[in-house]
Design a protein. Structure first.
Length: 218
């Protein structure tokens, strides 16, 4: 299984070393991708990018040049384009036949970027990728078959049908279970559920749901 890490930037550049991200502890990745100013986040977390993707409108040119000198490929795209930098990065993972990707975002950023990122992660063409993304302080997981999660009892879990109706939605380990439900696009039926133990699962028979788990209080 080929695994990639994708670092996504935010409206403010990350500077200085950052605490280890829990999703990256012990992770062995065959591909490390920085999306534009996500290169700052990669460096702050101690990861070296194999490729930098984007229109390079927000990355420090000096840092970009250091990455290039260190062996990173730079895939520069025009600012006038029909896809976000994240979408371009995920397209590259499909070309590289990556099976699993962990997406790490710097912070919440703009609402339109957050919504666009969620829609991109759940797009049908990325079904070959098993994705987990930390965006805006929340874990976002597209579910097209079955995914399992961990956390403390009481942790919030929301289940959102994306890109159409999700069929046969089932849950395990949540306070308000779903038993093969049909969630139509725009339904709020799956909002603000809760874990009742330290493990939970969500399954779908058709379509896609985005499972969103806000960051737990420490």
């Amino acid at each position: 299984m080929r695994t990639a890490v994708v670092f996504v930037g935010g409206p403010h550049r990350v500077t200085g070393p950052q605490p280890a991200h829990p999703a990256l502890v012990g992770l062995h990745a065959q591909r490390v991708v920085a999306v534009d100013s996500g290169l700052h986040l990669a460096e702050a977390l101690g990861w070296r990018a194999d490729v930098v993707v984007g229109d390079m409108d927000s990355v420090d040119p000096a840092l970009l040049e250091r990455a290039r000198a260190g062996g990173a490929a730079v895939e520069r795209h025009p600012e006038d384009k029909d896809a976000t930098d994240l979408e371009l990065a995920l397209d590259g993972l499909l070309v590289d036949e990556v099976d699993r990707a962990v997406v790490i975002g710097a912070d919440g950023g703009r609402m339109d970027h957050l919504i666009g990122g969620l829609l991109t992660l759940c797009a049908p063409r990325y079904a070959p990728l098993r994705l987990r993304a930390w965006l805006g302080g929340a874990l976002v997981v597209p579910v097209r078959d079955t995914e399992r999660f961990s956390g403390r009892p009481g942790r919030q879990v929301s289940i959102l049908p994306v890109h159409g109706t999700a069929e046969g939605v089932r849950t395990d380990g949540l306070r308000w279970p779903l038993h093969g439900e049909r969630l139509t696009a725009g339904s709020s039926r799956g909002i603000s559920n809760q874990m009742v133990s330290d493990a939970a699962a969500v399954s779908v028979d058709g379509g896609c749901v985005a499972v969103v788990l806000p960051e737990e209080e420490r």
